[in-house]
Design a protein around this ligand. Structure first.
Ligand SMILES: [Zn+2]
Length: 826
C-alpha cells in the first residue's frame, strides 16, 4: 500500500497536493470511512516525505548523543572511563600543626602553623599556592571590587550597615611571615585571595617540604559583614554581654594541585567555597580560661574538663538521649562572672581531614550522645551540640538528635561515617560545614512581652540545616569535590540526601526535593545550566541545591528505580571517599554501575535550562478493517449517519425536491447508495480470501483496539512518559514509557498501545513525579481548569495635596484654612 501510493507522489509538494485532494473528496461525503488501514497509509506517507525533511533541515537535535568526545574530558590513568579513580590516581597530602590564640577583647586570632607538604604528583613543583579566603574582606579585594547591584530604588539597612563597617574595619590576614626549614624567610607573593610561596628548590615527586607561617586575623562581625565565620555579641539591653566566636577558613591553607587542573587558582569571590587537600591536623587553641571550645577532631587533653564533665561525657557515649556535658547552669555561671584574665589551651587532633574549624565561648552549653554504627574504627560517633541559652529549648531537643539521624541515613546511602565526632554549633552563621563540625543558626524568639516561642519554620529550619551541614561532612568533606568550581556536586548531592533524611524524620517534613516544587524555577527566566561555575550561577539556591536534588530524586524513583540508583550512588560515594571527583566521574559511575545510558538525562537536567512539559496532544482509536464488504459498508454508513446534515438541506426541510416530487427522476442510484455492497466488492472479497495465506488470515482475525497517542515535548527536556489509561469498565493501568521514545524526534512522537478494553481517558504523569510544568495538557480529554478569582483590592486614594496638608476650602472661596480636627467624642 505504501509503495503504491508513493508511485503517484514525487516530492513534498505533490505529496501534499495528493493528500489534500483525497481529503477534499471525502470531507462531508465519506470522511468517516477513512479508517484503519487507509489512515495508516496516509501517516506512513507523511513520515516518509515530510518528517525527515523537516528534521534534518531544521530542528532535529539528538538528545541521546554521547558526551564522550564532546563535553566530557578524555579519560586518563588518573581517572578512568568508568568514572573510578585510575590505576595511577594520586593526590597531595598536607599536614598541619597549628597553635592559635583568641584575643577576646580585640576579637583577633594570632597563630603559627607548621605545614608539611607532600608532593605525590608526578610533577616537580617550583612553588606552592595557598588560599587566603579572608582576604575577601579587604577593601581592595576582587570580591569587594566586583560586587554588583540591581537597579532597585531601595537599599536594605544591612547593606548600609555593611558599607559603614567596611569604611572603618578591614579584614584579611596580617603579619604574615613564612619561614623555611632552615629558619630563613621564604619569599611569597599575595595575589588577591591567594598566596604563592617560592620554594628554595623544586619539590620532586615523593618529597615533602616543611615550613611555618605566622599570621594574625581580625574576625568579622558576621551579622554585619557576612561570611562563614566571625563573632556575635549579646550586647542589647537585658543581654549578658558575652560573645560567640566561630573560626572558619581562618588560617592560610594549601590550595589544591590536581591531575586535571594543576594548581586550582580560582580566586575566592564569596559564592564558590573551596576544596583542599587531605591531611592530619594537630591544633592547640588558646582561649579565655572560662571558654568552652568545640573543634574539628577529638579533644586530646580531656583533663581540661572537670572530673564531673568527663564522667558525663562517658555517660553520653552510651546514652540514647543527649546528655549535658556543660550544663545550662554551668554556662549561666560563666556568663554571669566572666574570667577577667587567664587562658586555657585546648588541644585537638584530626586525621585525614581536608580542613579545620572551631568555635569558642563561655556561653556554650554542651550536650552529647553516642551514635552506634557498624565500624571497626569508629563504632561510636559522638554527636555533640554547643549553643548559648538563647538557642534553648529548640537546640536541647533537636540539634544532637538531628546529627544522629543524619549519620543513620547517610551511612545507608553513602558510607560509614569515618570520624569520631560530629558537631553542631549555634552562632551567627546560618549554616556552614567543616570536617566533624558545623555552624547552624536557627533559634527561638523572645517577644517584647518576654514570651518565648519558636516558629514551625525555625524548628524545621534547625532540623533541616543540621541534617544539611552534617551531611556535608560526607559531601564534600570526605567526597572531596571542588565547590569553587561546581557547587552542585556538594550542595546538590547533599540536598538530595537531606531530602531523604527529612522524609525519614517526618513524612510531612516540608523538604526541598519534591518534583512538583521545582517547576516554578524550571520555567523561570534568568537561568543557567547546573554545570556552570559557582560564582556565575543565577538563582543560586534553586540552581545548585534544589534542581540537582530533584533531578536525583527523579532519577532514583522514576528512571532507575531504587535498587539500581542506590547501588550506583553508593559506588560513587565509596569510590571517591577521601578522593577528588569531577562531575564526569559522577556521571560515568552512575551509568556504569546502573548499566543504564543516562547521557540524555545529564544533558537535559545538568547541561540545559529546558524544563519538563510533555503534552498529550491527541489520541486515536482504531480497529482493523473487516474483510467482509457488508460489515465494512455497514460500519461506514453508521459513521456517515452520525455526521451532521448540511445546513442548507436542513433549512430546506419542507420544500419538496425534484427527486421527491417526480418518480420519473428516480433510478438505480436513488435506490442504492455508496454503502450498498456491490457484486464486484463481494467477488474481490472472495478472491482475496482464497489468495490469503495463513498469516494474513490470522491477522485478519485481530479485533483489539489500537490506540495511538501523540506526545509533544513542549518543555524540551526529554523524559520518560508515565501514562495512566482509564477504561470504560472502570479499570486503569499505568505504563512507564522510557525516555528513548524521543530518540528520533525529541519534539513530537506517536506511540501505540493495544487493548481489548475501551479507553475513556488518559493522563500523563498522574503521580506528578517528573516535574511536568503544565498540568492541563497532560489530560486527554482536556478538563476545565478550575480556579478562584480574588476581588482586586480597592485602589489607593489619589493624590490630594490640600487634604494631605491638613487644609480645606469653603464652598464660597478657594482660599484655604487649616482644617479643624474632627470633634472629639462628646
Ligand atoms: Zn550546603
Amino acid at each position: 500500500m505504501f509503495t503504491a501510493l508513493l508511485h503517484y507522489t514525487r516530492g513534498l509538494r505533490s505529496a501534499r497536493a495528493f493528500r489534500w485532494g483525497k481529503f477534499r473528496m471525502r470531507i462531508g461525503m465519506l470522511l468517516a470511512s477513512v479508517a484503519g488501514v487507509s489512515l495508516m497509509a496516509t501517516a506512513a506517507l507523511a513520515q516518509q516525505s515530510v518528517g525527515p525533511v523537516d528534521q534534518t533541515k531544521g530542528t532535529f537535535e539528538d538528545k541521546f548523543r554521547q558526551f564522550e568526545g564532546e563535553d566530557w574530558p578524555t579519560p586518563t590513568d588518573y581517572r578512568n572511563a568508568s568514572g573510578a579513580p585510575g590505576h595511577r590516581y594520586w593526590q597531595q597530602e598536607v599536614d598541619y600543626d597549628i597553635d592559635v590564640s583568641l584575643n577576646e577583647a580585640t576579637r583577633t586570632l594570632t597563630g603559627r602553623e607548621a605545614v608539611t607538604y607532600t608532593n605525590n604528583s608526578p610533577d616537580a613543583l617550583g612553588y606552592l599556592w595557598l588560599l587566603l579566603d579572608q582576604q575577601n574582606y579587604r577593601r581592595d579585594s576582587l570580591a569587594e571590587r566586583s560586587r554588583t547591584y540591581t537597579a532597585s530604588d531601595t537599599v536594605s539597612v544591612n547593606e548600609i550597615l555593611r558599607v559603614q563597617r567596611m569604611q572603618g574595619w578591614e579584614g584579611g590576614f596580617n603579619d604574615l611571615k613564612v619561614t623555611g626549614p632552615d629558619g630563613r624567610d621564604l619569599p611569597f607573593t599575595i595575589v588577591d585571595s591567594m598566596m604563592r610561596i617560592e620554594l628554595p628548590r623544586p619539590l620532586a615527586t615523593g618529597e615533602s617540604f616543611a615550613f611555618t607561617i605566622d599570621f594574625s586575623l581580625p574576625l568579622p562581625e558576621t551579622s554585619v559583614v557576612g561570611g562563614r565565620s566571625g563573632y556575635e555579641c549579646f550586647t542589647k539591653p537585658g543581654e549578658d554581654g558575652n560573645c560567640l566566636f566561630l573560626a572558619a577558613q581562618w588560617f592560610p591553607r594549601l590550595a589544591v594541585y590536581s591531575d586535571y587542573e594543576g594548581w586550582h587558582n580560582a580566586q575566592f569571590l564569596g559564592s564558590g567555597e573551596f576544596t583542599l587537600e587531605f591531611g592530619d591536623y594537630d591544633v592547640s587553641i588558646t582561649a579565655p580560661a572560662d571558654h568552652t571550645v568545640a573543634a574539628t577532631g577529638e579533644l586530646q587533653n580531656t583533663d581540661i574538663l572537670s572530673a564531673e564533665q568527663r564522667a558525663r561525657l562517658a555517660e553520653a557515649r552510651t546514652a540514647d538521649a543527649p546528655v549535658y556535658i556543660v550544663t545550662p547552669a554551668e554556662a549561666a555561671a560563666a556568663e554571669a562572672r566572666p574570667a577577667r584574665s587567664g587562658t586555657r589551651t585546648w588541644n585537638f587532633s584530626a586525621d585525614n581531614v581536608r580542613d579545620f574549624g572551631w568555635a569558642s565561648s563561655r556561653k556554650f552549653i554542651w550536650d552529647a550522645m553516642g551514635v552506634d554504627q557498624e565500624s571497626a574504627e569508629h563504632p561510636v560517633v559522638m554527636a555533640m551540640s554547643f549553643y548559648p541559652k538563647e538557642a534553648r529549648p529548640l537546640w536541647d531537643t533537636y540539634s544532637t538528635r538531628s546529627i544522629a539521624h543524619t549519620i543513620d541515613v547517610y551511612n545507608q546511602f553513602a558510607f560509614t561515617y569515618p570520624y569520631p565526632t560530629a558537631q553542631s554549633v549555634n552562632g551567627p552563621v546560618g549554616g556552614m560545614e567543616y570536617p566533624m563540625i558545623t555552624f547552624n543558626g536557627p533559634r527561638p524568639v523572645r517577644g517584647d512581652d518576654g514570651r518565648l516561642t519558636y516558629t514551625e519554620r525555625a524548628k524545621n529550619g534547625l532540623i533541616g540545616v543540621v541534617i544539611h551541614e552534617v551531611g556535608h561532612i560526607y559531601f564534600p568533606m570526605v567526597v572531596n569535590s571542588d565547590e569553587r568550581q561546581w557547587t552542585w556536586m556538594d550542595e546538590g548531592l547533599n540536598s538530595f540526601l537531606q531530602f531523604q533524611a527529612e522524609k525519614l524524620w517526618d513524612a510531612d517534613f516540608p523538604a526541598r526535593g519534591e518534583p512538583s516544587s521545582i517547576i516554578e524555577y524550571m520555567v523561570s527566566q534568568d537561568q543557567v545550566p547546573i554545570m556552570t561555575q559557582s560564582d556565575s550561577l543565577l538563582q543560586f539556591g534553586n540552581n545548585a541545591y534544589a534542581k540537582p536534588a530533584t533531578a536525583l530524586v527523579i532519577l532514583r524513583e522514576t528512571i532507575l528505580g531504587r535498587e539500581l540508583f542506590d547501588r550506583a550512588f553508593r559506588e560513587y560515594a565509596q569510590r571517591w571517599a577521601f578522593k577528588r571527583p569531577t562531575p564526569y566521574d559522577f556521571f560515568r559511575t552512575m551509568e556504569e554501575s546502573s548499566g543504564v545510558d543516562l547521557d540524555w538525562f545529564w544533558r537535559g537536567w545538568f547541561y540545559s535550562t529546558d524544563h519538563v512539559d510533555i503534552s498529550l496532544e491527541n489520541v486515536t482509536a482504531a480497529t482493523l478493517e473487516s474483510a467482509d464488504p457488508e460489515v465494512r459498508n455497514r460500519a461506514a454508513r453508521e459513521r456517515f449517519e452520525q455526521e451532521p446534515i448540511s445546513r442548507t438541506v436542513e433549512n430546506n426541510r419542507g420544500i419538496e425536491t425534484v427527486v421527491e416530487r417526480d418518480p420519473a427522476t428516480r433510478d438505480f442510484y436513488n435506490a442504492t447508495d455508496r454503502f450498498t455492497t456491490t457484486a464486484q466488492q463481494r467477488r474481490d472479497a472472495e478472491s482475496a480470501a482464497r489468495r490469503a495465506d495463513a498469516d494474513r488470515r490470522a491477522a485478519q482475525g485481530f479485533d483489539d483496539n489500537i490506540y495511538r497517542f501523540t506526545f509533544r515535548n513542549v518543555g524540551g527536556l526529554v523524559m520518560p512518559v508515565i501514562l495512566k489509561l482509564t477504561y470504560s469498565d472502570g479499570s486503569d493501568e499505568t505504563i512507564r514509557i522510557p525516555a528513548e521514545i524521543w530518540r528520533r524526534n525529541s519534539q513530537q512522537v506517536i506511540w501505540q498501545h493495544v487493548s481489548s478494553k475501551t479507553l475513556v481517558s488518559a493522563e500523563v504523569d498522574p503521580l506528578r513525579e517528573t516535574a511536568d510544568a503544565n498540568r492541563p495538557n497532560n489530560l486527554f480529554p482536556r478538563q476545565i481548569d478550575e480556579r478562584t478569582l480574588r476581588l482586586a483590592p480597592p485602589p489607593p486614594p489619589g493624590e490630594n495635596r490640600m487634604r494631605d496638608s491638613d487644609v480645606e476650602v469653603s464652598p464660597d472661596s478657594t482660599a484655604t484654612r487649616v482644617r479643624r480636627p474632627a470633634a472629639a467624642a462628646q
